[in-house]
Design a protein around this ligand. Structure first.
Ligand code: FES
Ligand code: CO
Length: 345
């Protein structure tokens, strides 16, 4: 499925940039192939419009913010957060036609990130994570980086126990014992899928620092929600009572580039575990995932006949079914990268 070629994916919310990045001025971001400029308006609220001036198509993101509007670097026209041009310095006396405008998008701040939906009619809401309102939890902004892979590949990788024993030998997995634990209670939900599963993790120094467990291997409880199309919430409960929750979005920049947004909620404190130690274990694991995903065809086909599957692919198969159902419910057919699939079309 080529995400940029499926209009229905424009109707979901995606985290695009840490809010703090906007302190340095307007920032460009490409979402589903669409160039945006994002900035802070006069009230400190983020705004997002199409990053191309309606006058001569200059990049607004190269401009500056004036009175809460984005000012084009070329002739100095100013655009309000709703995309309407409000200042044309060359014609101060003339009324400004309504057609002097650029597309604007719904834009919100949540969990320290700017979230954008490319449609005025979103099909979902930004998830409400209860930990964000619970004083027993802190938030750790762990990763914000671009991977050269597709969003669906990244999502299903996060739920695929089958690769742990190879890609993560010595960190999460053990190549000599490659049979993974089963997924319990895998079910479809309105927003995606949910399952609980135990997970084995093989101990090492970084993991000890991150979760304070020194057994040689740990079985932890995991509850996972996948949010259509590219979001996940995974709550892991360790035997010592630590709850480490990972929220990850694979925000689609283009079909082969993904903005990884990954943060944690944890019920411990900085004195218990410095954030850097909490992150260090995953840094190794994610580098291992990244290396293999960037060497994998970025276009994951939804048609289950196009690749072959084993039991650990269950979450990924369900994702594909849900995505296929979403497309068909909106009258779309799956668009694919030509000529490079596992089975001849
Ligand atoms: Fe933007 Fe002329 S191109 S004001
Ligand atoms: Co992995």
């Amino acid at each position: 499925m080529l995400a940029t070629a499926q209009p229905v994916l424009r109707r979901f919310w995606y985290p695009v940039i840490p809010l703090s990045y906007l302190d340095a001025g307007p920032q460009p971001f490409t979402l589903l192939g669409e160039p945006l400029v994002i900035w802070l308006d006069q009230n400190g609220k983020p705004a997002a419009v199409y990053d191309s001036c309606c006058h001569r198509q200059s990049k607004l993101s190269r401009g500056i913010v004036v009175d809460g509007n984005i000012r084009c670097p070329y002739h100095g026209w100013q655009f309000a957060p709703n995309g309407q041009c409000v200042v044309v310095p060359q014609q101060p006396q003339s009324p400004i036609p309504e057609s002097y405008r650029v597309g604007s998008y719904p834009c919100e701040e949540r969990y320290g990130y700017v979230w954008v939906c490319l449609s005025e009619a979103p099909l979902d809401v930004i998830p409400d994570f209860s930990e964000a309102h619970d004083p027993n939890y802190r938030i750790i902004h762990a990763f914000y980086e671009v991977w050269n892979c597709g969003g669906l590949r990244l999502m299903e990788n996060a739920f695929d126990h089958g690769h742990h024993h190879f890609v993560h030998n010595g960190s999460l997995g053990d190549r000599l014992n490659p049979v993974p634990l089963p997924y319990d209670d895998l079910q479809e939900t309105e927003r995606g899928i949910y399952f609980e599963s135990p997970l084995y993790t093989h101990n090492n120094e970084r993991l000890q620092k991150s979760v304070h467990i020194s057994d040689s291997s740990i079985q932890l409880k995991r509850q996972v929600d996948w949010y259509l199309p590219f979001g996940m919430y995974a709550q892991m409960t360790l035997p010592n009572g630590l709850i480490h929750t990972v929220v990850m979005y694979a925000t689609p920049i283009t079909d082969d580039q993904t903005q990884v947004v990954r943060f944690y909620f944890r019920n411990d404190t900085e004195a218990d575990t410095p954030a850097a130690d909490a992150i260090a274990f995953e840094r190794r694991v994610l580098n291992e995932d990244r290396a293999v995903l960037e060497a994998t065809n970025y276009d994951a086909p939804l048609d289950l006949r196009a690749e072959v599957h084993i039991s650990t692919d269950k979450p990924g198969m369900l994702m594909r079914r849900k995505l296929a159902a979403l497309l068909s419910a909106h009258g779309e057919t799956e668009q694919l990268r030509r000529g490079i699939h596992a089975f001849p079309a």
